[in-house]
Ligand binder design. Sequence first.
Ligand code: ADP
Length: 421
Amino acid sequence: MSLLLFLLLGALIGWYYDRTITGLLIASLLGLAWQTRQLLQFERALRTDNFDKFRYGEGIWEQLFSRVRFDRERGRRRKEAYRNLLKEVRKSTDAMPDGAIILNSRNEIVACNRAASVLGGLKRKKDRGQRLDNILRDQSISALINASNFDQSIEVASPVRDGDWLNCRVVPYGVDQKLFLLRDVTERVRLGKMRRDFVANASHELRSPLTVIGGYLEALSDDDELPPQWEKPVQQMRSQSERMQQILAVLMELSRLENATSASHEEAIDVGSLINKVLTSLPRQPGQADISTKVTCSTQLLGREAEIESVLVNLLANALRYTSADGSINVSWTHDTDGASLVVEDTGIGIEAEHLHRLTERFFRVDRGRSRDDGGVGLGLAIVKHVLVRHDAELDIRSEPGSGSCFRCVFPASRLDKSVS
Ligand code: ADP
């Protein structure tokens, strides 16, 4: 509006001097110069982010100045709020005792908290952008971050302090990112080792006196001069000492399995033949269910034959123990989509769902009285579980009370001998 008036004034003055066009031209040039000055002021205000110093003009320029100034101010306030929030988040993640490392889709480090740099020995700034498996050089860590199974967690030796242990797991985070979590589990691992050592040492120490007692009891029960009133007590003592020796032997085997590393891949096991061998040597009693077999997988299993045999013996002994004569038992060795399965299935008494997750605990028995009367110790499935762990396999148990149970040992493809099939 003011520009129009200014141009009109120029034209009027020009007209007065009989130079209307010249007057209009001069007024236009002056107007243009003023607008250019405003534009330069605006550009400087934008550049220096100082709208107070260059605040100038009227009309549309004033509106433009105050609008941009307002937006800038609002942006600054927001940025400040975000910065404070970020500081708080960083402070709280740094206060966490567990390590957290953000990884992008290429497993490169985006950021990590203080605990991660302490536990994993990472340098927060220097290692940013590096692949985590190049810094924490451990095969199981590489496998963990490359796997898409987010339920898994592993325990690895600390890369920073000898004797320390870390629990590592990965959870999905944001779009295509992962959060690698580290926890110091040294104390738990130490207590676990103490427990294992205690059980192994106690079992070892108890074995010798028990062998002596068992020897004397055997001699006594064979002695023709034993007074008749002592025959029954001595017989009972002898069978209890044998049971204790059996428990100690299983406990020592469990300790050995727990302390051992992964079973070697060197031995190739013909599982079909092993099943036949176990079925022939399994002590059978009259009134036990029939056992059928199904072997459709000819691929050999890589591992320790003696241990796989003990898995079969334990699962079959249980199936026989908990299945009546009119029931049936089937043992099979078949291919899976990825790997192979050794399955022992029965139509026995079954197990209630609430007990399933506890079956592999030491000394756990659903019905203590019945299991003990049937010769059960409660260690058979613990042995099975540990042997399977050593063979990278998993135990899948399905059961329904009154209908029967199915114990499936699932071996991965890496445990199958691909050279012979
Ligand atoms: P046990 O020596 O007592 O059989 P295990 O560790 O082998 O010990 O088994 C633990 C418990 O699991 C058993 O006491 C029993 O209650 C239950 N169990 C194992 N196998 C079977 C099965 N095939 N059918 C029913 N119950 C079973």
